[in-house]
Design a protein around this ligand. Sequence first.
Ligand SMILES: *[C@@H]1O[C@H](CO)[C@@H](O)[C@H](O)[C@H]1NC(C)=O
Ligand SMILES: *[C@@H]1O[C@H](CO)[C@@H](O)[C@H](O)[C@H]1NC(C)=O
Ligand SMILES: *[C@@H]1O[C@H](CO)[C@@H](O)[C@H](O)[C@H]1NC(C)=O
Ligand SMILES: *[C@@H]1O[C@H](CO)[C@@H](O)[C@H](O)[C@H]1NC(C)=O
Ligand SMILES: *[C@@H]1O[C@H](CO)[C@@H](O)[C@H](O)[C@H]1NC(C)=O
Length: 158
Amino acid sequence: MIVILFASGSSTVVGKKQILCKSDDLEIFYSSCDPTTHNFSFQIKPCSLKFKTDRSKWKGFFFWIPKADLTTVFGNVTMWFGNTKVLEWTDNICSGMDDGFSFCGALKGETINTTMNISSGPVNQYPTGEYTALFTAFSSPRKEKQIFCMNYTLIKKK
Ligand SMILES: *[C@@H]1O[C@H](CO)[C@@H](O)[C@H](O)[C@H]1NC(C)=O
Ligand SMILES: *[C@@H]1O[C@H](CO)[C@@H](O)[C@H](O)[C@H]1NC(C)=O
Ligand SMILES: *[C@@H]1O[C@H](CO)[C@@H](O)[C@H](O)[C@H]1NC(C)=O
Ligand SMILES: *[C@@H]1O[C@H](CO)[C@@H](O)[C@H](O)[C@H]1NC(C)=O
Ligand SMILES: *[C@@H]1O[C@H](CO)[C@@H](O)[C@H](O)[C@H]1NC(C)=O
């Protein structure tokens, strides 16, 4: 499965950008766009887009105390480069049975502390510059109940 996710740190001040990671080829900032996304932390290692192979692999460290049961979760990741939408991914992350993510099935208030493998296709082809990504999750397909919203800025350097 190819999943593109980007990261966040532990305190979430709505609207205020905080630095998540910085290296000589990549900087990532994040802010919460949902005042109820608390107790959330997501880190990626390495903080880099330079990989020896054409597939990119990161380790994601994910900590979250969700405010809703994660039995059914629908996610949407949209990324823009300037005004151009470069990626839109929507999927049923947790369907209630036989899910690929270990956190599926966690109950409201339960602590999720897990590590995951994240991979993407070749990233070298993307131009350098600033990207904005919005990651939202809902507990129903009609999106009336948002359980998660994080906003990321990624700066790909030369
Ligand atoms: C996400 O961040 C960008 C850049 O800081 C901002 O322009 C945009 O309004 C934010 N979106 C949301 C939903 O907070
Ligand atoms: C979760 O976040 C809330 C609000 O920020 C805070 O009061 C609470 O102590 C946090 N709980 C844990 C277990 O970190
Ligand atoms: C995903 O989120 C983006 C940005 O909020 C929105 O424009 C788009 O319509 C959403 N896609 C789906 C399939 O819901
Ligand atoms: C999450 O798990 C890791 C490894 O099992 C542990 O080192 C870390 O302290 C845990 N984090 C929290 C906030 O409980
Ligand atoms: C992540 O990948 C490593 C090495 O490929 C593997 O040993 C590990 O089991 C994977 N972890 C998960 C949670 O899939």
